[in-house]
Design a protein around this ligand. Structure first.
Ligand code: PGA
Length: 261
């Protein structure tokens, strides 16, 4: 059983994605990406940086000719219109952006994001040609109530509503327990592996085993240079969504190294 799982892991792409959140001016962003570039050159896994809208142009320019993917941290579900302050998916692709984070818990908690709006944003992102990093995860109270598995399954199912098997290839799911984000309180490797496995089972139920075997599931929440290898050794953890540590080139590069096959 273990052997089979391990073998399946070889079928999937390991991806380490940075989530810069609301940090860095364009000048600072350029400096950060220039610091990251040489350290992740030739990485044996996918490397993505998701950055504030205003930093996209500078980071795209600096990442040209490298294998670093560039992403935004959100997008609206409409292509254009009277949505003051929002940015659409086609606006992102027109710049050359390849990825977008959807449904981060900070958006769910502070900006009223729901499973339904997450689903709408994913639809728009896929239609525009973007790759999606969908975030799901439970609060501490929910974990203590024992509903983590059901909650994460529900978030996953609603988010993927209407997504075809072909489109699924452009989606990554990041399991991010809310209690572990920015708190320095990492999930144990076992906790991370267990919930990432639940997510893969849900994907298998929706799209079949072959699709699930090839599907990338990340862990996120205080993943850092020290604990990354342990978390990534879990059969169902294929990568990481990295907040704080992605702002430090050496730490980010260390995590990339841990994920490289
Ligand atoms: P953290 O953030 O690594 O700082 O905990 C992860 C995330 O929110 O994606």
């Amino acid at each position: 059983m273990k052997g089979e799982k391990h073998m399946n892991k070889e079928l999937r792409k390991a991806v380490i994605a940075g989530n810069w959140k609301m940090n860095k001016t364009p000048d600072e962003a350029k400096e950060l990406i220039e610091g990251i570039k040489p350290l992740v050159k030739g990485a044996g896994c996918g490397v993505v940086v998701c950055v504030p809208y205003v930093d996209l142009a500078a980071v795209l320019e600096a990442a040209k000719g490298t294998s670093i993917g560039v992403g935004a941290e959100n997008c609206h579900w409409a292509n254009s219109g009277a949505f003051t302050g929002e940015v659409s998916a086609p606006m992102l692709t027109s710049m050359g952006v390849q990825y977008v984070i959807i449904g981060h818990s900070e958006r769910r908690t502070y900006f009223g994001e729901t499973d339904e709006t997450v689903n709408k944003r994913i639809r728009a992102a896929l239609d525009a040609g973007l790759n999606v990093i969908l975030c799901v995860g439970e609060s501490l109270a929910q974990r203590e109530q024992g509903v983590t598995g059901e909650l994460v399954a529900m978030q996953t199912k609603i988010a993927l509503g209407g997504v075809s098997k072909e489109e699924l290839k452009r989606i990554i799911i990041a399991y991010e327990p809310i209690w572990a984000i920015g708190t320095g309180k990492t999930a144990t490797a076992q906790q991370a592996g267990e919930v990432c496995g639940i997510i893969r089972s849900v994907v298998a139920g929706l799209y079949g085993k072959d699709a699930a075997d090839a599907f990338t599931v990340q862990y996120g929440g205080s993943m850092n240079a020290k604990n990354a290898a342990d978390l990534l050794a879990q059969p169902d953890v294929d990568g990481g969504l990295i907040g704080g540590a992605s702002l430090k080139p050496a730490d980010f590069a260390e995590i990339v190294k841990a994920a490289s096959k």
